[in-house]
Each structure stands twice: as structure tokens, then as C-alpha cells.
Design a protein around this ligand. Structure first.
Ligand code: HEC
Length: 103
């Protein structure tokens, strides 16, 4: 009985209400990954450091989950070869730096 209670409680501990879908992934690690694999192409399209891609009018994303999904899609498209933890770090970085979504 005690085991069941622990199992039921576990997801609540892993993802408390209001937590981001990337958990406590490290945005600093995400910046390093992002700068290596993602900036060149966005900068070609938008100039500068490419960050206008994330700040443009009519941008595509509106929730934290959108960011995570978009990062996963881009990772697959450009074959960056990131693991899910690394996608999470990049999503955490993009939100901290540019999107500032709270949900
Ligand atoms: C080969 C070029 C290219 C590369 C490399 C690239 N992107 Fe993109 N990215 C695009 C284009 C083009 C769009 C705009 C898509 C659209 O408007 O439908 C975009 C859009 C995005 C957006 C959504 C912007 C918004 O809010 O509207 C995110 C987030 C993003 N890319 C993340 C990444 C990440 C993370 C990587 C690195 C794995 C990456 N991109 C690598 C071309 C690229």
C-alpha cells in the first residue's frame, strides 16, 4: 500500500503545478547548444544574431510547450542530434532569453 502511495505521488513531485515542461533544465547549457547549431541559419534570414526570429511579429509560438515542440522539430530537421534533455535545455534558454512565457 505504501508503495502505491509513493508511485502515485511521484509525478506530482516531478512536475509540480505551474512547472515548465522542461523541468529544471539548465538554460546556460541550452545557450551553448543553440549558438552552435541554430544561429547561423536564423541570422541568414533575419540578420544580426538571428534573434529577431524569436521576436518577430506574427511569431509562431505562444506557450512553453510550443517552444519545446518547435525545438524538437528543428533538432530533427537540422539533425543536431540532441537528446531530449538537450532539447529541454535549449527550450529553457529560448524562453528565458526571448519568449518569457509563463505557461
Ligand atoms: C536551415 C535553417 C534553420 C536552422 C539550421 C534552424 N532554423 Fe529555426 N527556423 C528556420 C525558419 C525558416 C523558421 C521560420 C519557420 C516559419 O516561419 O514557418 C524557423 C523558426 C524557428 C522557431 C520559431 C520562431 C517563432 O517564434 O516564430 C524556433 C523556436 C526555432 N526556429 C528554433 C530553432 C532551433 C532550436 C534550431 C537549432 C536546432 C534551429 N531553429 C535551426 C530555419 C532554421
Amino acid at each position: 500500500m505504501k508503495t502505491i502511495a509513493v508511485l502515485l505521488a511521484a509525478p506530482l513531485i516531478a512536475l509540480p503545478a505551474g512547472a515548465a515542461p522542461w523541468g529544471n533544465a539548465d538554460p546556460k547549457a541550452g545557450k551553448v547548444l543553440h549558438d552552435k547549431a541554430c544561429i547561423a541559419c536564423h541570422a541568414r534570414l533575419y540578420g544580426g544574431d538571428g534573434s529577431k526570429m524569436y521576436l518577430r511579429d506574427g511569431r509562431l509560438l505562444s506557450t512553453q510547450l510550443d517552444i519545446l515542440q518547435r525545438v524538437a522539430t528543428c533538432n530533427a530537421q537540422v539533425r543536431a542530434g540532441w537528446f531530449p534533455e538537450e532539447e529541454a535545455e535549449v527550450a529553457a534558454y529560448l524562453n528565458q532569453q526571448y519568449y518569457h512565457f509563463t505557461e
